[in-house]
Design a protein around this ligand. Structure first.
Ligand SMILES: *Cc1c(COP(=O)(O)O)cnc(C)c1O
Length: 370
């Protein structure tokens, strides 16, 4: 009895009928892009859902990060974690700036403000922090460091859809936050993303920078890029939003069950223990430590044998990749906490329609790998 493969995530989709009625609207209006009526509605609905006022939709989060950095004129050093998806550092380079890696906190696996402060030089202009797995950064600590040194604080919130802290969207922290709506994220528009601005003036400036720098028919103010989201992607997002409360609630239930079932396994630690209000359980990462009977990689292979595709997010560290490993801050001794996390982490499959039978198979193997 072989079951279909179970991947680390599986995208959720809106009801096809709901998308279809929006498509009919597009076919009638012939407005396909450029901030059309569906995108406008999507921006308003998403703002309502997240509890934020100023949203710029973009084609993906990578371009969103580049735009955010460019908006603030960041061309110097940007302090960022090596324990993240490679797009975080790539965006810094595409903006014309240079990443400087700082170590992470051993509990949250997010950028550690104390380590950030150690990396500040006269060339430092910004901090690009990541809410890894949807766990909020130490936003107060990072803001204090940023304020003390006159730095911009930008958040890669690709994992943090719907995450709240003290009753507010995590995307209201710092100068700008960038969400990803890629297929594999908590919420998706197939490809897409959004930049959350603190005020309307900033939002309009970002919209302009993402629309070639055009002001009106005869005025181009700056060297902009095209980062626009199409009406097609906006339609998917608009139709999917009503599902998000229940999708996140289901993730929380699955995370709870993993946590209960694996809590007593020696050598394992859950990175995102359930019960934290406002978390989205984007991933269910565990750290496979010395007390566990087999190595992280052996567990990864053991699960694969049964068609259960857990993933090592984030391994290797960004600082070990060929285009970054010669940076001074990438030296192997510099990032001990990030390195240990990269060597121990394994993200177990979690997504709203994960079959309970499959979750039990995963739990069974993790509890008893040999
Ligand atoms: C997915 C991801 C991105 C890139 O998002 P895209 O929308 O695919 O460009 C950036 N940062 C992190 C941390 C991510 O996980």
């Amino acid at each position: 009895m072989t079951r279909p493969p179970v991947y680390v995530t599986r995208p959720i989709l809106p009801p096809l009928e709901d998308v279809y009625s929006l498509l009919q609207e597009i076919w009638q209006t012939r407005i396909l892009s450029n901030g059309g009526p569906i995108l406008q509605r999507f921006e308003a609905a998403l703002g309502q859902y997240l509890g934020v006022d100023h949203i710029s939709m973009v084609g993906n989060a990578s371009m969103g990060l580049v735009l955010a950095l460019r908006h603030h004129g960041i061309t110097g050093e940007v302090i960022t974690p090596a324990f993240s998806f490679v797009a975080t550092s790539h965006a810094i380079r595409w903006a014309g700036a240079e990443p400087v890696f700082a170590d992470i906190d051993p509990v949250t696996l997010n950028l550690d403000p104390v380590e950030v402060e150690k990396r500040i030089t006269s060339r430092t202009q910004a901090i690009l922090a990541v809410h890894c797995y949807g766990t909020p950064c130490d936003t107060a600590g990072l803001q204090r460091v940023a304020d003390r040194h006159g730095l911009r604080l930008i958040y890669d919130a690709a994992h943090a859809f719907g995450v709240r802290e003290n009753g507010r969207s995590i995307c209201t922290s710092g100068d700008l936050s960038v969400l990803s709506f890629h297929a594999t994220k908590v919420f998706n528009t197939f490809e897409g993303g959004a930049i959350i601005s603190p005020d309307r003036e900033t939002k309009l400036a970002i919209d302009r920078l993402g629309n070639y720098g055009i002001v009106d028919e005869t005025t181009v103010l700056e060297t902009g890029l095209n980062t626009k989201m199409s009406e097609l992607n906006a339609a998917v997002g608009l139709a999917l939003l009503p599902q998000m409360d229940s999708a996140i609630a289901t993730r929380a239930r699955l995370a709870n069950h993993y946590s209960d079932a694996l809590g007593d396994v020696p050598g394992l630690r859950a990175v995102c223990p359930p019960g934290r209000a406002g978390h989205n359980y984007y991933h269910f990462p565990i750290l496979v430590g010395d007390g566990y009977p087999i190595s992280r990689d052996a567990l990864y292979e053991r699960l694969r044998q049964d068609g259960l595709f857990a993933r090592r997010y984030f391994y290797p560290l960004i600082s070990d990749l060929p285009m970054y490993r010669d940076l001074p801050s990438a030296a192997p001794s510099m990032l001990p906490v990030a390195r240990r996390a990269a060597n121990q982490v394994l993200c177990l499959p979690i997504f709203p329609d994960l079959d309970p039978v499959d979750q039990e198979r995963i739990i069974g193997i993790v509890r008893q790998p040999c």
